[in-house]
Design a protein around this ligand. Structure first.
Ligand SMILES: [Zn+2]
Length: 203
């Protein structure tokens, strides 16, 4: 099956929302979710089935409330910390941006994907999930076909940001090593278009 990965550079912090599609189906999957209006324009009549969340920081999740209004059954894949953070504007840092994102754990379908777990996406195509903590405990990398989505756990040419709450420098280093191994023969799809914005934040 032929897969396609587009991305949108979001207006907040140049984070990326990836739009994954496959020939022969109207199903759409996202990696992270920023400018939802632009995502909806991009997908037309197609349907968003799930979001693979690289981590639950504000700039990667602020489109989720808008997405869930249109696709309430859409499943969000993250880990235990991510599920907590999606329901807590302080943990996901949206509180500090005047745009609180607080998902309702009873209404929204949030699923934990464990390390090396597979998530069925398209016919015969799965994502494989890898824990890559350090930048944040919710950091996951996803391998889909020839791509490796790394979020902020690894942005080529940029040191991992470890100055934010819940960051862990030693774990970030281990995760980069892991990602570099996983990335062999694959294309790295990072979480930002350029330097991660967190450099400019002082909290
Ligand atoms: Zn981040």
């Amino acid at each position: 099956m032929m897969l396609h990965a587009d991305y949108i550079v979001n207006h907040i912090f140049s984070s990326r929302t990836y739009v994954l599609t496959a020939d022969g189906t109207d199903d759409v999957w996202l990696v992270d979710c920023g400018d939802i209006d632009r995502v909806l324009d991009n997908i037309g009549d197609r349907m968003i089935m799930g979001v693979l969340l690289t981590h639950a920081h504000f700039d990667h999740i602020y489109g989720l409330p808008g997405l869930l209004k249109v696709f309430p059954d859409c499943v969000i894949y993250t880990n235990e910390f991510g599920i907590k953070a999606l329901q807590d504007a302080k943990l996901n840092m949206s509180k500090y941006h005047g745009m609180p994102v607080v998902l309702d754990g009873n209404a929204v379908r949030m699923k934990v994907c464990g390390d090396s777990e597979r998530i069925a996406m398209f016919d015969g195509v799965s994502a494989v999930c890898y824990e890559t903590p350090g930048h944040n405990p919710s950091c996951l990398a996803f391998e889909v076909g020839e791509w490796l989505f790394t979020g902020d756990a690894y942005i080529p040419g940029t040191p991992v940001v470890t100055i934010l709450p819940y960051a862990d420098k030693a774990k970030a280093k281990e995760s980069v090593e892991r990602i570099l191994k996983l990335a062999e023969g694959r294309t790295v799809m990072p979480g930002h278009d350029d330097q991660p914005p967190e450099w400019r934040l002082s909290i």
